[in-house]
Design a protein around this ligand. Structure first.
Ligand SMILES: Cc1cc2nc3c(=O)[nH]c(=O)nc-3n(C[C@H](O)[C@H](O)[C@H](O)COP(=O)(O)O)c2cc1C
Ligand SMILES: CCCCCCC(=O)C(=O)O
Length: 374
């Protein structure tokens, strides 16, 4: 069967990946309510299309932090991509940069920061790369990651703020995840996958991923750490994992250069709002002072259009990158992106919009069906 949309790629990946990788990639936390809602929530909005406008030419270009992008669709940071395809992060970055869009590398990658920087340079002389940062208890380790990202041509740091501890992912507790022995968390010192289970308190999360986080990642971060990061790098700092107006205002106050409205793909706290439902609140609070981006559940061109209509500058896809890799490495990720680009261009044309700047709140409304259920 020919792949027609991103959900087809997911179906393919389900048959191709082993259950260890698939459980890790696909799961959300606890009852996965937020995971499901991220996608479902897009259906609660409708597009208000305009007609009889010349839509023979559609322009999807835009600029952010002085860099030009061909589409407002980026690839989000997802950890350990070599379980999806032997090329892992290198395949993904090559696909993204060949299409002139951003690739975000996770701190917890299976390819080095330097390999990813080089791979991007090979396909584009204007690399489009952001580095996602977890702050370690060891500040030198954190600084080392920042310096390596700077030296490898990364253009911004994404500070993930929704993960002081890892969410409780039940599939990983029931069937403990194992990183295959030929892979490692290569940017950071070796992570112990085995530990003495006697040290666990009754009921404590026994996943090594969760334990790695508990032992290495700093849960005491505050807004002052944002100020600290800004003081140690010239790169823009993008705060990822903001969902409410109060925090959006603090991002502006403490000098964030952009916000990503994100609930970590439904993998952290469960029962929190879908990102598309949080977007308008954050956009209003920020009051155009800094760009607002969004990830979570974006699977269709109309999802991208809806996010932009509600005020997002750009969106990210997380899991679809992994499904694309599982399908056919770099070419699979290119296919994933091209499908989404095509759907988005069509959504723009059929709504009567020929450039991104025309997409605004006049093009969106709550679905009357869902509004009546509230
Ligand atoms: C398998 C997997 C690994 C992830 N790893 C990271 C990570 O290392 N750092 C991070 O900030 N977010 C991570 N995320 C969250 C993504 O950056 C993003 O917020 C989420 O995937 C977006 O939702 P989507 O998968 O529905 O597109 C991960 C998500 C998944 C699915
Ligand atoms: C070994 C550390 C766990 C990686 C966690 C990456 C992540 O953010 C995720 O959602 O998974």
């Amino acid at each position: 069967m020919k792949i027609a949309c991103l959900n087809d790629l997911e179906d393919y990946a389900k048959g191709a990946l082993d259950s260890n990788a698939m459980n890790y990639y696909s799961s959300g936390s606890q009852d996965m309510i937020t995971l499901r809602d991220n996608q479902n929530a897009f259906d609660r909005y409708q597009i208000r299309p305009r007609v009889l406008r010349d839509v023979s030419k559609i322009n999807t270009n835009f600029e952010l932090f002085g860099q030009k992008f061909d589409y407002p669709i980026f690839i989000a940071a997802t950890a350990m991509q070599k379980m999806a395809h032997v090329t892992g992060e290198v395949g993904s970055v090559r696909a993204a940069n060949s299409r002139n869009i951003n690739y975000c590398l996770s701190s917890i990658s299976t390819s080095t920061i330097e390999e990813v920087g080089k791979a991007a340079e090979q396909v584009s002389n204007n690399t489009r790369l952001w580095f996602q940062l977890y702050i370690y208890n060891d500040k030198n380790k954190t600084l080392d990651l920042i310096r390596r990202a700077e030296a490898s041509g990364f253009k911004a740091i994404i500070l993930t703020v929704d993960t002081p501890y890892l969410g409780r992912r039940l599939p990983d507790i029931r069937n403990p995840f194992k990183l295959p022995s030929h892979l490692s968390l290569i940017n950071i010192s070796s992570a112990k996958q085995d530990f003495d289970s006697q040290t666990l308190k009754s009921g404590e999360n026994s996943s090594w991923l969760a334990r790695y986080f508990a032992e290495n990642i700093n849960p005491s971060l505050t807004w002052d750490d944002l100020v600290w990061i800004k003081s140690v790098t010239h790169l823009p700092i993008i705060v990822k994992g903001v969902l409410v107006a109060e925090d959006a205002k603090l991002c502006v106050k403490y000098g964030a250069d952009a916000i990503i409205v994100s609930n970590h793909g439904g993998r952290q706290l469960d029962s929190i709002p879908a990102t598309i439902d949080s977007l308008a609140e954050v956009v209003a609070a920020v009051n155009s002072k800094i760009p607002v981006l969004l990830d979570g559940g974006v699977r269709k061109g109309t999802d991208v259009f809806k996010a932009l209509a509600l005020g997002a500058t750009a969106v990210f896809v997380g899991r679809p990158n992994l499904w694309g890799l599982a399908y056919n490495g770099e070419d699979g990720v290119k296919l994933m992106l091209d499908l989404l680009f095509e759907e988005f261009r069509l959504a723009m044309a059929l709504s009567g919009c020929t450039s991104l700047s025309q997409i605004n709140e006049n093009y969106i409304k709550a679905s009357p069906y869902f509004a009546s259920k509230l």
